[in-house]
Design a protein around this ligand. Structure first.
Ligand code: NDP
Ligand code: MG
Length: 403
């Protein structure tokens, strides 16, 4: 077991407090939880930079509250709109476009970069932060799926550290801390199973975006909610775990645990299983990353294990949720296959949300894209982004009956 996370020294190398935060994806669900924590601990964190994309109004609200020095939006038009919404007398630097996210992620003053843009758009800034030697609180799992090797290489070269925000990987991180990785025999990721865990194939074939967006336990952005319903999220997380902890996919198991209380487990050579339990609230994992190696007090209702009564576990129904197996297949194929997997999935999720395909069409599109993919290497950032674009275009053309 390699993994740049497990070799992190406990306290040395961690940025001093107060930490200056750069939050990419600030206007999203992870962004909101991150800023909730920062706002509750003003003695420990200051907000240096905030980036949104299209939700300029939300970004303006956050900026008015936290007064960061830097802001970024996706489109040039957003700059003017944002300026008009900011309080008088507060004039931050505002930049627009993809390069603006890279600029913010590499600001010399930034101590912790929270990578919480959704999808492949998060890759370039995350990689840039790794190349700049930053401490990265990583929510954007897609960047590891697309370019795990590049990010790992950048971390090794610069000493950058990736702290996993994703609840399962954060749970693993906590259960691995203080233990010799040589004794790890398996990582077990838990999955809620999503809203259709106990539905039959006929029901699953006919579900609507509204049904798929209604996750039973977690409140999240649209894309990850659909990924949770198809189990693609768990597939992406298997790949994420392999990159974070340097394991083969065969060493990362998945179990369905509908209560979402056990966030993941590490199996050690002596048969011990170490698990992390907690409420299904992303602030637990985010605060662990922001405060690492400290534990920040959070004002959450304590988990009442007696009221919970029981925790259950079952095997995932891979025949009815084929995305999990497709992700394993892509990771094992290597090269650009995980780029194709991710791009096809993102394009398919958009089509499903736009009601252009049915729910089971998502897995079909991903499978077709993997079948068509000639095993090319996608080694550097440019070739990864090119393969990502090419795959999305192909999905759209096929859908329009042109491919
Ligand atoms: P949301 O959809 O809630 O938020 C997405 C954020 O990304 C928004 O700030 C959005 O800006 C921004 N964004 C969208 N497109 C672009 C783009 N092209 N360039 C730059 N920014 C963009 O997503 P979540 O917060 O749910 O998820 C964020 C990431 O965290 C995902 O990778 C997800 O897998 C991961 N994650 C999320 C969890 C959760 O509980 N939500 C749990 C574990 C991981 P705007 O809204 O202004 O357009
Ligand atoms: Mg997760």
């Amino acid at each position: 077991m390699r993994g740049y996370i497990s070799r992190l020294p406990l306290v040395a190398d961690s940025p001093a407090f107060p930490r200056r935060l750069c939050v990419l994806g600030a206007t999203g669900s992870i962004g909101a939880s991150t800023l909730d924590i920062a706002g509750a601990h003003p003695d420990m964190f200051s907000v240096l930079a905030l980036a949104g994309a299209n939700n300029v109004r939300k970004l303006a609200e956050l900026a008015a509250r936290f007064r960061p020095k830097y802001l970024a939006v996706l489109h040039e038009d957003g700059v003017k709109e944002l300026l008009a919404l900011l309080p008088p007398g507060y004039r931050p630097f505002i930049a627009a476009g993809e390069s603006a996210y890279v600029d913010l992620a590499t600001l010399p003053e930034a101590d912790v970069v929270v990578s919480a843009i959704v999808g492949a758009a998060g890759l370039a800034p995350t990689l840039a932060a790794a190349r700049a030697g930053k401490t990265i609180a990583l929510a954007n799992k897609e960047s590891l799926v697309l370019a795990g090797d590049l990010i790992r290489g950048a971390c090794a070269a610069t000493g950058a550290v990736v702290l996993p925000v994703d609840s399962e990987h954060n749970a693993l991180f906590q259960a691995l801390r203080g233990h010799d990785p040589a004794y790890v025999s398996e990582l077990i990721l838990t999955a809620s199973g999503g809203p259709f865990r106990d539905k039959d194939a006929a029901f699953i074939a006919s579900v609507t975006p509204e049904q798929a967006l209604a996750h039973p336990n977690w409140s999240m952005g649209a894309k990850i909610s659909i990924d949770s319903a198809t189990l693609m999220n768990k597939g992406l997380e298997v790949i994420e775990a392999c990159h974070l902890y340097g394991l083969a996919a065969g060493k990362v198991a998945v179990v369905v645990h509908p209560q979402s209380i056990v966030h993941s487990l590490v199996r050690y050579a002596d048969g011990s299983l170490l698990a992390h339990l907690g409420p299904p609230d992303m602030r637990v994992a985010i605060s662990y990353c922001l405060g690492y190696p400290l534990r920040l007090p959070l004002n959450l209702a304590p988990l009442d294990i007696v009221a919970l009564g029981k925790l259950t576990f079952e095997a995932p129904r891979e025949d009815d949720f084929p995305c999990l197996g497709l992700a394993r297949r892509a990771f094992e194929a290597g090269g650009g296959a995980t780029v194709v997997l991710n791009a096809a999935n993102e394009a398919a999720v958009e089509l499903f949300l736009a009601r252009k395909i049915g729910f089971t069409g998502i897995a079909r599109i991903v499978e077709t894209a993997l079948d068509r993919h000639a095993a090319t290497d996608a080694g550097d950032l440019d070739s990864i982004l090119a393969l990502d674009r090419e795959t999305r275009d192909r999905v759209k053309m096929t859908q329009a009956g042109l491919g």
